[in-house]
Design a protein around this ligand. Structure first.
Ligand code: NAD
Ligand code: TDX
Length: 356
């Protein structure tokens, strides 16, 4: 442990209370998921285990601070002692594993930490979950494990074919989780979701980066010709999917989660400029991301038919709310876009000559 910042729950655990260990709960999806669970299941006990890397921000969960059924514990999933500690202290019934190094561009600059956190960290959590008879371990995987596809949609049976250090590390972890089921009958689910958007997303990712730069009248860096496709889903819809998998997902199963909402990068950047009221002259075409996946798209018929899930938030409404959230949370944004962020920004974007 680098620093001991946790307190025990202020309410005693009753026999039928669910104790849920959430890793990466100070990041984008994890923090939204914690808020979602707090609202839907106020009696569940939530442990937020997070290393607080550059992407982890306790302001994202400040609403939870005084909640008697919530604790934060600082720790590293890739440190065996930290993982042992959290299991010994809390003996969780369920584990939902969000923690990861999550940004493709950073994985190109520094792959090693992706292998440590995403692969080794997942194996440690699997080991301790098995030892402690955890009732279900949910791995938050990604549609990127299927690699790039030109047309159609990947089903859960499609081959895994990752093309960058981030997705290779997620694919390895995803396979480890599958193997734990095949070998030990470990009670797991895997969720492979498309690109999420919404409040509290770190402004290195496409949508918040474009919004943040537009607000600050900075160029919007478009990789290559901007002719790449991503499928966007509101984070609250993803939280609903994970909740259903937690309560109703069949043990050992993988579930794709998609948005049915594909956008070309350049079209989306232009749409964001329109919403914020900034000119298209801010668009700046720069050198492409190496090994850039052209398109991700998942078939999510399985979760639709088995768990009755489908996206509920209309993109035009969700993205408008998201833009408004960033406009009204510029303090949150400004705190991030200094220090480490500026160094990363320089490293990734400086000297990336414009494309012809
Ligand atoms: P994020 O980068 O916003 O948050 C990651 C969190 O994990 C941070 O709080 C960070 O401090 C924590 N963390 C990192 N390394 C850690 C370690 N070694 N030990 C403990 N905590 C650590 O990521 P996100 O966008 O919220 O993604 C969450 C999960 O969802 C990831 O597993 C990611 O692969 C997956 N996913 C994300 C998307 C997306 O669009 N954002 C889509 C599909 C899947
Ligand atoms: O500055 C940029 N310019 C640009 O054109 C950035 C940051 C991105 N892009 C492009 C690259 C992609 O085609 O926008 C698209 C989206 O990029 P990211 O937001 O970096 O997401 P992506 O690479 O698609 O990966 C995301 O989706 C799957 C998440 O970061 C992963 O965590 C998730 O698993």
């Amino acid at each position: 442990m680098q620093e001991n910042t946790f307190n025990f729950f202020k309410n005693e655990k009753k026999i039928d209370d669910k104790m849920i260990l959430i890793t990466g709960g100070a990041g984008f999806i994890g923090s939204n998921f914690i808020r979602f669970m707090r609202n839907k299941y106020p009696n569940y006990k939530i442990i937020n285990f997070d290393k607080l890397t550059y992407a982890g921000n306790l302001n994202n969960v400040s609403l939870m601070e005084d909640n008697p059924d919530y604790v934060f514990m600082k720790g590293d999933v890739a440190n065996q002692k930290d993982v042992k500690n959290v299991f010994e202290e809390f003996n969780p019934d369920y584990v939902i594993h969000f923690a990861a190094e999550s940004h493709v561009d950073r994985s190109i600059l520094n792959p090693d930490v992706f292998l440590q956190t995403n692969i080794i960290g997942t194996q440690y959590l699997l080991n301790f979950s098995r030892l402690n008879n955890v009732k279900k371990f949910i791995f938050i995987s990604t549609d990127e494990v299927y690699g790039s596809i030109d047309k159609d949609h990947c089903t859960e049976e499609s081959p895994i074919c990752p093309n960058n250090y981030y997705s290779v590390s997620k694919a390895a972890a995803d396979n480890l989780v599958k193997v734990s089921y095949q070998t030990h009958g470990q009670r797991i689910n895997i969720v492979r979701c498309c690109n999420n958007y919404g409040q509290f997303q770190f402004p290195e990712k496409f949508i918040p980066l474009m919004i943040s730069n537009a607000i600050n009248n900075k160029d919007l860096p478009i990789y290559g010709d901007g002719n790449y496709f991503r499928d966007w889903l509101h984070v609250d819809d993803n939280c609903r999917a994970i909740d259903l998998v937690l309560h109703k997902g069949r043990i050992g199963e993988i579930y794709n989660v998609g948005g049915n909402n594909e956008w070309r990068n350049i079209d989306l950047a232009e749409y964001l400029l329109e919403l914020i009221g900034k000119p298209k002259s801010l668009l700046s075409y720069i050198m492409d991301r190496p090994s850039h996946d052209y398109r991700y798209a998942v078939n999510f018929n399985k979760i639709r038919s088995e768990l009755c899930w489908h996206p509920l938030i209309d993109f035009k409404i969700g993205i408008k709310q998201t833009v408004d959230w960033y406009l009204s949370h510029q303090d949150w944004l400004n705190e991030i876009i200094s220090g480490e962020y500026l160094k990363y920004y320089d490293l990734n974007y400086k000297n990336r000559d414009a494309q012809e």
